[in-house]
Design a protein around this ligand. Sequence first.
Ligand SMILES: C[S@@+](CC[C@H](N)C(=O)[O-])C[C@H]1O[C@@H](n2cnc3c(N)ncnc32)[C@H](O)[C@@H]1O
Length: 205
Amino acid sequence: MNIRIPLKRQLARIEAATSGYLDQIGWITTRAAGLATDKAGHPIPWFTYPAIALLSDRVRASWRVLEFGAGMGTLWWSQRVREVTAVEHSSTWASQVAAQCSARILRAADDTVASYVGSAHGSGPYDVVIVDGLYRNECLEAATDLLGSGGVIILDDAQREEYVPGIEHLRSMGYRMLPLHGPQPVSKHPGCTSIFYRDHNVLGL
Ligand SMILES: C[S@@+](CC[C@H](N)C(=O)[O-])C[C@H]1O[C@@H](n2cnc3c(N)ncnc32)[C@H](O)[C@@H]1O
């Protein structure tokens, strides 16, 4: 039996955990703590790392951001842009997030799709609409009316078959899709955070 391959595998695991890419981006820390932070413990969005890198480079302080599904990402955006509004279905989680940042957290009156999606109705225009909570297909449909000129939509977990209707809707409206596959905080599984954009958008895509 060739024992060199198992040994190399063990070495690769040790390197990843102590000095490799996964350690450098803070994944080991997020996996252990179950919380999306960078290596220094600062909050980061629960997006794939390639998406976080692209957004970190291009985010602008003048933006208004709407996020369906609050979390550590709400804290990250709040430290970087003029205004953040988040729609959150869990009152306990909404209170926890609100206590840590200046974002406006909208609580849906009940857990129906109309109440959840409708709670952001008329609050635009936004530069970025993030779809990362409940009822993602319906949120993707509503997002186009909430965007300002040049605004972009971010869908997390875009690899999931169940979001194909929402993605097809955006495509039918002329949006192009930039899928950013890769590892993500907390989870041991890779994911896909996708950005939907048209010409002359705020990200310069
Ligand atoms: C994928 S998370 C939203 C993540 C957020 N957009 C971000 O980038 O950090 C979707 C839902 O999970 C719930 N959630 C996320 N983190 C949580 C936590 N640490 N404890 C309890 N609920 C959480 C919230 O209800 C949230 O709406």
